[in-house]
Design a protein around this ligand. Structure first.
Ligand code: ADP
Length: 245
């Protein structure tokens, strides 16, 4: 299947946002194309989560426009095309009484029951054999994968993930990023991943948008790691590990 990378799934034009009187985002313009694996990076407090909430309609910008699948967000109603894995989706009480399979089935809310898709989603994140376990009994990394399966079960065309690997150990993180890469490459899913971990993002994603109130950079991840903008943003004392491919 060929993917038309020129097709815009998300179009942001001149987005500004303030909490109270405090400007958090100023004049942000960029697009997410079909098939992209976009990393949104930037320092903590730079406005990444706020921007994501604007894209998925949880917050309304003070200026600017958002289009999803070519439609103005005010009138957009095909929310089932969009998957969202929020920050701290995995803060579960151990006594939470749902099984892994039940959590993933919730991802089909409002859609016809389809056990095959639920099981297939679990397989895609390599969690099928855990389907009868209680969600609260899993590790943070395993729970995170179940939440991706839950998003996949809704058969979305794009998935947004907000800081998905916070508190997850390095080995689990590597497996997690391998799965995301497969979803992007093999299933042709469009992914938008928020992270403050610029090194990981630059080595995993195919596009990068760096946000610190303004859009600082919107281009190729490898070039960004070598750019002067990075030093200006984080200070030249910051060390980045460069991955070789
Ligand atoms: P990031 O995701 O890059 O860490 P955020 O979008 O969470 O950044 O936050 C951007 C700025 O907005 C920060 O200064 C933060 O303190 C502020 N902020 C975030 N949420 C709220 C809120 N609900 N009310 C007021 N200020 C907020």
């Amino acid at each position: 299947m060929q993917i038309d990378h020129s097709e815009n799934i998300v179009e942001l034009k001149n987005i500004s946002f303030a909490y109270g009187g405090k400007n958090v985002l100023e004049d942000i313009t960029f697009n997410v194309h079909k098939g992209d694996y976009l990393g949104i990076v930037g320092p903590n407090g730079g406005g990444k989560t706020t921007l994501l909430k604007i894209i998925i309609g949880l917050l309304t910008p003070s200026h600017g426009t958002v289009h999803l699948f070519g439609q103005d967000i005010c009138c957009f109603n095909k929310w089932s095309k969009i998957g969202y894995v929020p920050q701290k989706a995995t803060n579960f009480d151990n006594s939470f009484p749902l099984t892994v399979e039940e959590v993933v089935t919730m991802g089909r809310y409002g859609k016809p029951k389809n056990d095959k898709i639920v099981l297939q989603s679990l397989k895609q994140v390599e969690m099928l054999e855990f389907r009868n376990k209680l969600i609260g009994d899993l590790s943070g990394g395993q729970q995170q994968r179940v939440f991706i399966a839950k998003a996949l079960a809704g058969e979305p065309e794009i998935i947004f993930l907000d800081e998905p690997t916070v508190g997850v150990d390095l080995k689990t993180q590597e497996q997690f990023y391998r799965i995301l890469k497969d979803l992007n490459k093999k299933l042709k899913l469009t992914l938008v991943l928020i992270s403050h971990d610029i090194d990981v993002i630059a080595s995993e994603t195919t596009e990068i948008a760096c946000v610190n109130k303004k859009l600082i950079y919107d281009n190729n991840p490898e070039n960004f790691l070598r750019s002067e903008k990075l030093k200006k943003l984080y200070g030249s004392g910051v060390k980045f590990v460069f991955h070789t491919h």
